[in-house]
Design a protein around this ligand. Structure first.
Ligand SMILES: [Zn+2]
Length: 464
């Protein structure tokens, strides 16, 4: 099934922004001066507003903040990531708190609709910064903050590797600040849940007559995913469990980095969601989907597609096929076709492989030692000749063997980084890969990566 063109376009626009936004926040932090708690909150809110003004260009282009009702007493504030409010009468329950620099605006927009009320619960779908950034603005001393049991560990490792992930994000989104600022109230890593939920053990509570079920749904976007089910309204809030558009092939692996995700755990989460028979599906980004049939069919297709890719990978591994063969061979059958905007099936194949078998592929003894094949590239180029390698690259390019063309160029450029012809072949091969990506799955990460590589090659060519 082809995804709707508009969702793909929106997803293409929002995804890079959302990811870059994560890093942008970090830059805000330097401006905050912490004093007493109340003064700190007020000062923080002011700075956040100023930053939001400064970022208005991006905001309006991507997703401006506004709020609307999804159902009686149930509201959504839109933004890069959505914040949800359930008005239970004397108090409110919040599901996800958005990107920090949009959070005060989201809060104000929701309060314009329901007034200002005590917050009984904040429920966090997972530890990513675009979903927890406003927690400090909503949480009061009496508020119960509910998260998955794995939340703190996920938050810990993301914080521990913040400089590493920041640099990786910056390769994809060069406009984000050069260095992450790692301290201050708006920096990442300060959320402390007061109640945690374990896998297999949903948490049910009632507030103001509303029944809430917090469901552990790990898998697609980390080990700490939670969903919120309102059984009386048949509304399901899924955070990023299903990714930004529905339905799509999930990001069981992410190019930004982060830990491997468990495919079978994800399948169990999907089974759990299918069984609910929701009538309104509310994701953490972009628009909800209405209609029990459409939701059930979409969820079932995602579940079956992940199961298919998983089973085919396992079958191929047992048949002695290489990961490269399987990445090439395994495609979704037409009845399971899904958008691959957020992650490619071939990357899923590789991550399932490495999830089960780790990084040692039995390809070569050299895999065991810290001497990559690149270390002999310069010598190889000396033997073959930089020009001859560029010519072979051009030939591969003409045959449509674009990745082989890149290999030849990389060997040539290891010996002579400014070799004009090799740079030109590299640029042309990258451009053809980009065209293929745009005409094919339109995978956002692949497109931003190739675009950044083309820019780098073009700037190398511009140096005389
Ligand atoms: Zn998100």
């Amino acid at each position: 099934m082809k995804p709707r063109a508009d969702s793909r376009r929106i997803a293409g626009r929002i995804l890079p922004w959302a990811l870059g936004g994560i890093a942008l926040i970090v830059g805000v932090t330097a401006l905050i001066l912490a004093t007493s708690d109340g003064a700190r909150k007020a000062a923080t809110a002011q700075v956040v507003d100023r930053m939001a003004d400064a970022a208005e260009g991006f905001m309006t282009q991507a997703t401006p903040v506004d709020a609307h009702a999804l159902a009686p007493n149930i509201y959504q504030a839109r933004g890069v990531a959505n914040t949800h409010l359930i008005d239970t009468g004397d108090s409110v329950v919040i599901f996800d708190t958005g990107l920090a620099i949009q959070a005060t605006r989201q809060k104000r927009a929701l309060e314009e609709l329901v007034g200002r009320k005590p917050v009984s619960h904040v429920i966090l779908s997972h530890s990513h910064q675009d979903h927890v950034g406003g927690t400090q603005f909503w949480a009061e001393p009496e508020t119960t903050i509910i998260a998955h049991r794995e939340f703190s560990e996920e938050q810990r490792y993301l914080k521990a590797l913040e400089p590493y992930f920041h640099d990786r994000n910056r390769r994809l989104f060069p406009w984000i600040p050069e260095d992450p600022i790692v301290r201050g109230p708006l920096s990442f890593g300060h959320v402390v849940p007061t109640e945690t939920i374990r896998n297999g053990m949903p948490h049910r509570f009632t507030q103001g007559g509303f029944r809430f079920e917090v469901l552990p749904t790990p898998g697609a976007e980390g080990l700490d995913n939670l969903s919120l089910w309102l059984p009386d309204q048949r509304i399901l809030f899924v955070g990023d469990t299903l990714g930004p558009i529905f339905p799509q092939f999930p990001n069981i692996f992410t190019m930004r980095g982060e830990k491997m995700r468990k495919p079978m755990e994800y399948i169990e989460s999907l089974d759990q969601l299918i069984a609910l028979d929701a009538e309104l599906l509310v994701p953490g980004h972009l628009a909800p989907t209405r209609g029990a049939r459409e939701i059930r069919e979409g969820l079932t297709r995602i579940r079956d597609a992940v199961q298919y890719v998983h089973d085919e990978t396992v079958k191929g591994m047992n048949a002695g096929k290489t990961v490269w063969e399987l990445m090439e061979e395994i495609q979704l059958p037409s009845e399971l076709a899904l958008s691959q905007v957020h992650g490619r099936v071939s990357w899923g194949v590789r991550s399932i492989w490495e999830y089960y078998a780790t990084w040692f592929h039995y390809d070569s003894t050299t895999e065991l030692y810290p001497v990559p094949v690149r270390e002999v590239y310069a010598d190889l180029a000396g033997l073959a000749g930089v020009q001859a390698l560029a010519d072979r690259g051009r030939l591969a390019l003409e045959r449509g063997e674009l990745v082989k063309a890149l290999h030849f160029c990389e060997i040539a450029l290891a010996a002579e980084p400014q070799a004009r012809e090799a740079l030109e072949v590299q640029r042309d091969a990258l451009k053809r890969l980009l065209e293929r990506a745009q005409a094919g799955f339109e995978t956002t990460y692949e497109i931003v990566w190739l675009t950044s590589e083309i820019e780098m090659t073009e700037s190398a060519l511009a140096v005389r």
